[in-house]
Design a protein around this ligand. Structure first.
Ligand SMILES: Cc1ncc(C[n+]2csc(CCOP(=O)(O)OP(=O)(O)O)c2C)c(N)n1
Ligand SMILES: [Mg+2]
Length: 600
């Protein structure tokens, strides 16, 4: 048996478990881990500028590709507390990340030592396991368990806190004897699949709600196969966006209070049966449970038993990995199709498709300063089908989700539940580190961009090119809009007269921060766009700059300060503030399920 430091054993395990990248910030209490990574090689380290940034980079890395687990590293004390936000947004969206923290030596833990904080206790509610390792010989088995937990059942993060003397203690460990544990994932029994398809057959206007669990299970192809077999429209959740391509005839748009399509909400309100797969009935998707559930029958497939009935009791709950469930549903559906037992859904599907063509929102505004809708139109026109979008929160994210077209799984990477400002930039860098050949486009409002802007330097230092679309309204736009109900605008303006912007600059001085100068100062390239006709040249130039310099490129779009984005308090009363496109006037008439357009 080989003799080595416990932390060297940990690095061997990381490598055997497939880790090739780490995001972090070193410090005295975690230096033994850095020494082991340097000695053993094989794990590329990206030096973050803020430890919260490292945690979001790890999230981006995990979300980018099936099987990935992002690794973030920090020292004792504030490094761990900085990473708490990443642990929160990872756990909220069922994403595994491994967070390693340094710690004071064991005999100092209760003595208020410098930077000694009980990070395991702080992280406990946000992780599947949070543990301070007290016995060096246990370190390999704790790492093995961490890997198992992160991959099993509902995925989520783990924190391992490493006292410096534990890291350095000598233990017996033989890397060749280490084996990763196969993860556990429950699978739907056949009888439940049969019951589910019986219930589906009895419905008149069914929809499938496709959640992020399908993406976690890498089962989007199975979802599309199943939907096509039974010919049932699909409504992806925010986390499930991309499970079915935007232009698939069965894709029926998004449903929700904010990130919705007009036709998506209308189709949902017309439905009588909801087949939820790998979703969690998020409140911004459902709105009030009364409106959401009234007159409908529900099936809920979730990998975690404790999730079934958490929001409301379904008529049938199935505990299963989404992929395993879909395989079983497909098997039963194929048999029933062969026996001629599947109902004809063509009239319902045609009705849904008619709404998808006719219940839209206008984007072709040409005014200057621009409306945000026009930016998303340009992105749809200019960007490839396989573009991977990364975004977090704000009117920018909400309107982005309403208008941008997503065609593939893992091409909509969004901190959907936690929505931490500042997430977009480091997450995009993490995606880039995972996928060197992917077209990655981040989308931020000006405040999200400013929150962790220092991470742009990581992209410049480590040559991680991606395109960052920054929509600048000089406002905390979402909060400005929500303050309308208080009849106030208080502490939501980001505008000020920037004394360093002169008349010769093309920046609007009263918008405050000069983002182009800021990006350049951090070693990146940036372009400012004021008017729609400049988009084409700007996108082409951005491509060329990324190719030439291999750094992030920012396109800052100067928006009109105030544009309210469609949203409301319930699915049947979404406020449309801008022009809608009702291409079939009769769709407005059926007011029980098509929301009559109204401005506040
Ligand atoms: C850490 C954190 N603090 C506060 C919020 C609340 N919040 C949500 S959106 C937002 C303003 C976002 O402004 P910006 O990024 O410019 O986007 P816009 O809405 O203007 O498009 C704020 C403050 C948050 N989501 N995260
Ligand atoms: Mg803004």
């Amino acid at each position: 048996m080989a003799r080595m430091s416990a932390i060297e054993a940990a690095v061997h395990i990381l490598k055997i478990e497939g880790f090739t990248a780490a995001f972090g910030v070193p410090g005295a209490a975690i230096n033994p881990l850095y020494a082991a990574m340097k000695k053993l090689g094989g794990i590329q380290h990206y030096l973050a500028r803020h430890v919260e940034g490292a945690s979001h980079m790890a999230e981006g890395y995990s979300r980018a590709a099936a099987g990935n687990i992002g690794l973030c590293i920090g020292t004792s004390g504030p490094a761990g507390t900085d990473m708490i936000t990443g642990l929160y947004s990872a756990s909220a969206d069922s994403v595994p990340i491994l967070c390693l923290t340094g710690q004071a030596p064991r005999d100092k833990l209760d003595k208020e030592d410098f930077q000694a904080v009980d990070i395991a206790a702080i992280a406990k509610p946000l992780t599947k396991m949070a543990i301070t390792v007290m016995e060096p010989a246990r370190l390999p088995s704790i790492f093995q368990k961490a890997m198992y937990l992160m991959r099993s059942d509902r995925p989520g993060p783990v924190l391992i806190d490493l006292p410096i003397d534990v890291q350095m203690a000598q233990i017996d460990f033989e890397p060749d004897n280490y084996q990763p544990l196969p993860p556990s994932k429950p699978a739907a029994p056949r009888a439940q699949a049969e019951k589910a398809l019986d219930m589906l057959a009895a419905a008149e206007r069914p929809v499938i709600v496709a959640g992020g669990g399908i993406i976690n299970a890498d089962a989007s192809d199975l979802l599309v196969t199943f939907a096509e077999l039974v010919n049932v429209p699909v409504i992806p959740t925010l986390m499930g966006l991309g499970t079915i391509p935007y232009d698939h005839p069965l894709m029926q748009g998004k449903v929700g209070l904010q990130t919705n399509d007009r036709y998506g909400n209308a189709t949902y309100l017309r439905s009588d049966f909801v087949f939820g797969i790998g979703n969690r009935w998020a409140n911004r998707h459902t709105g009030s449970i009364e409106t959401y559930t009234k007159g409908r029958t529900f099936i809920h497939v979730d990998i975690e038993p404790m999730q079934i009935g958490r929001i409301f009791a379904p008529d049938l709950g199935i505990v299963s990995d989404a992929g395993a469930a879909l395989r079983c549903f497909i098997e039963v559906a194929e048999e029933r199709r062969a026996a001629g037992l599947l109902p004809d859904r063509s009239a319902w599907v045609a009705e849904c498709q008619h709404r998808k063509k006719n219940m839209l929102r206008r984007t072709d505004y040409d005014q200057v300063p621009m409306k945000p809708q026009r930016v998303y139109q340009a992105m749809n026109d200019m960007l490839d089908r396989d573009t991977c979008y990364v975004t977090t929160i704000g009117l920018s994210q909400i309107a982005g989700a309403q208008f941008l077209r997503v065609y593939n799984p893992r091409n909509w990477i969004n901190a959907a539940q936690a929505g931490p400002l500042g997430w977009t930039m480091p997450a995009a860098l993490g995606v880039r580190a995972a996928l060197p050949d992917k077209k990655i486009v981040a989308l931020s409002g000006d405040y999200d961009f400013q929150f962790l802007v220092e991470e742009l330097a990581v992209g410049a230092q480590h040559k991680l090119p991606y395109l960052h679309i920054l929509v600048n309204n000089a406002y905390l736009g979402l909060i400005r809009q929500s303050q309308r109900s208080y009849d106030m605008e208080f502490q939501v303006s980001l505008g000020f007269d920037n004394i360093n912007i002169t008349e010769e600059d093309d920046a609007p001085a009263h918008y405050g921060v000069d983002h182009v100068a800021l990006a350049k100062a951090l070693g990146c390239k940036a372009i400012r766009v004021h008017k729609p006709e400049d988009f084409k040249a700007a996108f082409a130039r951005a491509e060329a700059l990324m190719e030439q310099y291999q750094v992030p490129v920012v396109i800052e779009c100067i928006l009109e300060p105030v544009t309210n984005i469609s949203m409301g308090l319930d699915l049947n009363c979404i406020n449309e503030f801008e022009d809608i496109l009702c291409l079939d006037e009769t769709l407005k008439a059926e007011s029980d399920w098509v929301v009559a357009p109204k401005a506040e």
